[in-house]
Design a protein around this ligand. Sequence first.
Ligand code: NAP
Length: 525
Amino acid sequence: MKLTGNLLIGAQEVSATGGTMKALNPATNVEIEPHFALGGIEDVDRAAQLADAAFDSYNRTSLPERAEFLERIADGLDVITPELAQRASLETGLPVAQLEGEAAKSAVQFRQFATVVRQGRFRQATIDPAQPERQPRARVDHRMQKIALGPVAIFGASNFPISYSVAGGDTASALAAGCPVILKAHNGHPGASELMGRVIQQAVRDSGLHEGVFSLVRGGGNEIGEALVDHPLIKGVTFTGSEGGGMALFRRAQQRPDPIPVFSEMTSVNPTFVLPAALAARGGTIGDGFTERMLVTVGQACLKPAILLAIDGPGYLELKEAMISRVEAMQARTMLTPGINAAYRKNVERQSNAGAKRIAAGGDPQGVWDGQSVLFEADGARMLESPSLSEEVFGPAALLVRVKDQEQLTAIARQFRGQLSATMQIDPADHPLAARLLPLLERRTGRIVVNAFAHPQEVSYASIHGGPFPATSDSRFTSVGMSAIERFLRPVCYQGFPDELLPEALQHDNPRGIWRLTDGELSKA
Ligand code: NAP
């Protein structure tokens, strides 16, 4: 597929209105062809007008029609996978094989959401039939279903340039809900973004949908993102990135005359608690497994396990030595963007300044944007005195915390801000302490893992990739998994409607045979 570098506004190709940019190969520090168009406020407005015009018809597509559209996107992704992975690798420095896996995951997400759409349960159809004889007052017929929020803006993530970018889980779940999408492409991988955008644009065309169902915009600063959040026709926003960026957009959306929800996924250190019996039985194995996981994708993953806490005692030395030897054996590798590399270096410095001791380092950087792996150690008292040690270092760095006793361990657990995940490494003798930790972790995380490590999120019905602030801006929702669709829905109640005016999901004979809650009972009747 030939890259034109244009913005995709509905069915139109739009050339630059706000200058141009080129992608950077971070491994060679050399710019790559072609020039990519940067848009302006007028491009956002055009995309929003089109999305608004598309909303009513797209929100009312039948379930099979919408599912087929999602499957067309998945098929299109399958076709371009080799080309997409090659381009994304050039633009991010990530290995081609990993990116092929991401493309496969993206296609799977679209197919899974097609199934969710066909099942129709996301509508949460609920029927309270009329009870004219009820005393002391008759009950009127009222029925509820969930409908799409409206046109939404999605900020593509930098760190998973395919599966959480243009054709990522946010786009799949928004389109599944019935929301037209305006995608703000991340400038870290503009070519990969265009390839995915074209697949979605083609699927819109092939499905006979209104062109405004999908647009892709790109900008040269904050202006375009701000314009999206401010636009009166945009009704919701999703974001993955820094806490500063996510909260700036969140606050902006709350200051609109009509505030809208912003679902920001921002920062998490995914603490691992190694309890004493597990430490004594398999400290070395745990240290090795933790560090291996930490180094995956050059530490640039939201689920990267970044902090390991263990009570000093039998097994601690083996754990520490295993972590040191993994880190020392690791070559420096290319990081995603110069900005992410600069932030990494600064945050490694911050850990040293906050009193963490550097106990191991990997190979020296060879390329300009290489990230050197680093392992820090601090004791529990230092951790309690310096809360900044618990902040994210986005990149291949981890902190080992030598904890004095159980009381100190629970005190540190209480100090953590909201997390996407937390892990407990336990043996049966650790269960009483694990039971004490559990309520502390439940209050602070969206996912609790036992005897494994946080890993790339499984995309399934029970998946939760969310958590209290600052992991996300709204702990009630997940950005990964089938229930991610709930971010894009709102309930509408229909009272006293004639059957033919009711939405399909609420009609008397249930034409699609979906699960409904009728008078409090779940059935397909
Ligand atoms: P970012 O700087 O937050 O940017 C993400 C996207 O949001 C970009 O498209 C950016 O547009 C836009 N944006 C950011 N702030 C904005 C603002 N105030 N107004 C309007 N638009 C705004 O994230 P990043 O580039 O992916 O990486 C930077 C840092 O984010 C990393 O070093 C890391 O600390 C963190 N991060 C964390 C995770 C995680 O999952 N925990 C994932 C990715 C990144 P422009 O580029 O055009 O400004």
